[in-house]
Design a protein around this ligand. Sequence first.
Ligand code: ZN
Ligand code: ZN
Length: 349
Amino acid sequence: MALGSIREKLTCEGVDAFLVTHLVNVRYLSGFTGSFAAVVISPSEALFVTDARYEVQAEEEVGPPFTRLTLKPGQRLSQLIIEGGWRSIAVEDTITLAQYNRIKGSLSDVQLRTWSGVVEGFRRFKTPEEVLKIKKAVELAWKAFREVKGKVCPGVIERDLALELEFTMRKRGAEAGAFDFIVASGPRSALPHGAASSKEIHGGDLVVFDFGARWEGYHSDITRTLKVGTWEKWEKEIYTLVLEAQGAALEALKPGIKAQEVDAIARRVIEKGGYGAYFGHGLGHGVGLEVHEAPSLSPVSEDTLEIGTIFTIEPGIYIPNKGGVRIEDMVYLSPEGPKILTEEVEKEI
Ligand code: ZN
Ligand code: ZN
């Protein structure tokens, strides 16, 4: 489907070929999971290019409609493009300036242009197989969290908890952690991206856990905030407000709604509660082959939430030097309505 649409775009814009170099996009189109490859799509051809290290792996992973090519030592991708005889090429706008300049330098007779978000545009709509992979990544994460949660007590080091959580996931079969987990306790819980540190957990700490697993290339992303001991009044207040903001956003979800609007609904709840200044990030993001992908849910997002998308809803309140709360769930906007993929992970106080 993606190939057909890309070919239509080529014809419409009068471009001879589209060069895909962003590895996640190469994987999405071809199924290749290695670390060096590119795909070239023209109206009549679909080339998959890698080097000798990946020749055997590519044979196993990449089949029709792709024609596999292996670069010889010292051979450059640009040579293949020259041999292809294409006069105008579109490249992804995510390539580095150095890559762009290199391509431009070696293809002086070829007209170059950049395309933005083309493969990403397909990736935001998940196929049933992709949904299953993400559900598996979610399951691996929450089951590990359920095991490790009981070990959150005074004297334990944040980093050890993060390690234990990742170890448990991987023992259960996860390919890897989805990212460097956040375990942020006490005043550190007010750091929205407080990577697990050598800090010890103290009695009375709020502890923010942001974690996920990777399964067949697909990710999960979940946040829960725990409390060691009895909740203080202000903690309960911000926790309840964050939960309420999240609930309002979840309630509003329907196909075609503007992501910006969903962000505003959650933000309004936190603002009304008097903590608007302490919610400094967007409400959520798409999750798939990358932990952060389209659609984006933020005050400046132009995206709409459509059937087939999977994204997070993760409001937070962070009071500097005091503490913070974030609750993050993943939602699949299915043809039957929104489904919370992470509902197994308790979030009541
Ligand atoms: Zn997260
Ligand atoms: Zn997230």
